[in-house]
Design a protein around this ligand. Structure first.
Ligand SMILES: *Cc1c(COP(=O)(O)O)cnc(C)c1O
Length: 402
């Protein structure tokens, strides 16, 4: 079982590297990866780390060392993956609403391509026929996910090719001779209910017989991890055994071996991340006690963007009396990390930690308000290693033409 970094270790890192600071513990990534591979050991299963959650090259290299493959949503993520040492066929390229030149760039790089639009499928088939295998992203129209913004399977979603367009897909495949190697779906993020995956699998198996050359079915991601104290992660062990049963039955009927693929992002890197900030000021107003920290939604946008909950601890005063605070950033716009949060008494200068900060934390940061992006540090082999320096003022000017 993973032993979280102690307050003393976190304070030491903050002292060495300064705050605000993103810190990733590779031991937790490894634990999550091993849980997944164990859960799905009964059927050939591959895991492609959805790297948009956290793309630092050192993290990509670490994933590669574990044996995780890579899911990329832009050609630049593909390039980062290749730089990190991935072989082209270990990378799955799943872009959305890109033009044909970006698809072509993926083909030139030799990576696996996941097509999510009829018009691209048609162009690809017309140009390359069956010479370059593809995967097709289907929208099975399953409602799932923690929140509308992170749900992708609904009827209004821009993702995938609707399952109702199956006839059109078949028409293109037949006419152009496309080699369809895989079918893909990804219905959203933070799916606790494993039946959603099983229903998805059922739908995919239901249409698989229309494609005679399938090697894999990709169920995307959406594995949930606990953010609040009382939450639990997706039961991957039960899911693993149910998927294995369903897949074995399907293979018998279909008379062909089919691998199951997944693309976990959050599941692998959410809990490994600690975001350390300093309480700049305590500000008492008529109705509220604010803690104003040396960060803002420019560094961690999830609470404002998705109304997400991040556990916060005061590592400088862990035994202090419990008080009620609203934790805010220093951005000149409403910038609230947490309302009415019970914390051990916060004094100016105390260090606070946001937990579950590994996924979509640094990755979604910006320089809004001309503020600097924080450093990133990785805890590996018992040591803290700097993997990105913090911005300096010159970084704000780097691309400006004066
Ligand atoms: C974002 C994304 C994922 C990862 O989702 P998580 O909720 O972080 O696990 C997987 N597949 C695709 C295609 C994605 O766009």
């Amino acid at each position: 079982m993973y032993e979280p970094l102690s307050n003393e270790q976190l304070i030491a890192a903050a002292t060495d590297f300064g705050t605000p600071l993103y810190l990733y513990d590779t031991r937790k990534i490894e634990e999550q990866y091993n849980k997944l591979t164990n859960a799905f050991k009964d059927h050939p299963t591959r895991f492609f780390y959805a790297c948009k959650a956290l793309t630092n090259l050192n993290i990509l290299k670490f994933m590669n060392s574990l044996g995780a493959l890579l899911d990329c949503v832009s050609i630049h993520e593909v390039k980062l993956g290749l730089m990190a040492g991935y072989k082209p066929d270990e990378i799955l390229f799943t872009p959305n609403c890109v033009d044909f030149t970006e698809i072509m760039a993926g083909k030139e790089a030799g990576v696996r391509i996941n097509i999510d639009n009829i018009s691209i499928l048609e162009q690809f088939g017309n140009q390359f026929g069956g010479s370059y295998p593809v995967c097709i992203r289907i929208n099975p129209h399953i409602e799932a996910g923690g929140n509308y913004k992170i749900s992708t399977g609904h009827i209004d979603s821009k993702f995938g090719i609707s399952i109702h367009q199956l006839r059109h897909i078949e028409r293109i495949v037949k006419t152009t001779g496309l080699h369809v190697q895989g079918l893909h779906m990804h219905t959203g993020s933070e799916i606790k209910d494993i039946d959603v995956f099983l229903r998805g699998l059922d739908i995919m198996f239901g249409i698989a017989s229309r494609f005679g050359e399938l090697d894999f079915i990709d169920l995307g991601s959406g594995f949930k991890v606990p953010y609040r104290e009382d939450e639990h992660e997706t039961d991957v062990t039960t899911l693993g055994s149910k998927v294995a049963l369903a897949a074995a039955e399907f293979e018998k009927e279909y008379n062909r071996k089919v691998e199951i693929w997944f693309e976990p992002g959050k599941y692998l890197v959410s809990e490994c991340g600690y975001f350390i900030v300093k309480a700049n000021v305590i500000k008492q107003t008529t109705a509220t006690v604010f803690v104003g920290v040396n960060s803002g939604f420019n560094h961690l946008i999830r609470p404002m963007f998705y109304e997400s909950y991040h556990r916060i601890t005061n590592i400088s005063n862990p035994d202090g009396a419990k008080r009620i605070y609203t934790v805010v950033g220093n951005i000149c716009e409403t910038d609230t990390f947490a309302w009415d949060r019970v914390l051990n008494e916060v004094r100016e200068g105390d260090l606070l930690v946001f937990h579950n900060a590994g996924a979509y934390g640094f990755e979604m940061s910006s320089n809004f308000n001309s503020r600097l992006k924080p450093a990133e540090v990785m805890f590996v082999d018992g040591q803290f290693k700097l993997i990105r320096r913090a911005d300096v003022f010159e970084d704000l000017l780097r691309n400006q033409v004066i």
